[in-house]
Write a protein of this length. Sequence first.
Length: 313
Amino acid sequence: MAEIVITEFVDDATIQNLSQDYQVHFDPTLVDQQQNLPSLLQDCRALIVRNRTQVTSELLKSGPNIKVIGRLGVGLDNIDTEACQKQGIEVCPAIGANSISVAEYSITAMLMLLKRGIFNVTERVIAGEWPRTELMGLEAAGRNFGLIGYGAISREVATRANSLGMQVMAFDPFINHSDPIWGIAKQATLDEIITTNDVISCHVPLNNATYHVIDETAIARMRTGTIVINASRGGVVDEKAIIAGLKSKKLGGAALDVFEYEPLDQKSGAEFHEVPNLLITPHVAWATEEADIKTGAVTVANVRRVLGCGRKK
């Protein structure tokens, strides 16, 4: 039986590295056949997952020898961390591996929304249209950029927003006011983030404190024309409130890479049909070749650190 079970897709280098010293069972279809997981975990010492595999307390009972869970990403809402702690399992997210990729996604989404569709008219221009008068956009420079959360990803976003001439502020109650990492971002309250910014980007884990942190009430208090970006976890923003805010033109735009229930199906997806100034993507803000390689490398290092030498050799 395998020492390491991997349930979702990962780069080849990660598999090759671990297979040198450990018996590895890699099956990216397991995430959609999770009923088959318990039988594979009896001798498992390390479980490696992304965000869709549900690591519940019940599942962990099937793996009494598990020592580490490698998370190919940073969010932990699909992992029962309390149950892991009780079972003596170390949970290791790939912190920092995708920070640049997500930051670039957030800035790109903001710029596309500020430019108001100028990059979506290729076919119209080729066909002979010349819709210049309807494509008046906005500049990023001089605008206020608010960050909810100021972890590694947010700090990369702040650097890029600042380089565009934006005034950056952030809310994070877990970082001391005197901490030097504040740097270019002014420390702000959540209320200040909501009410004084032209762009608001969320970069927080999903928990009771962050669930629907942007909801109907928050949107009502925003500046008219505010852009909202969520590339953190589904549920941090109230999707129905975002849709209503866009349709009423209270919001100037929104980019959603994550959703409360993923993947969207035909019914849930229909709610977003013909909503103006909306960009939606399938949980891919992190997805660059560079981030994928770094995520695998960080996860390999975490698993090797905990397991030590494998039994294969």
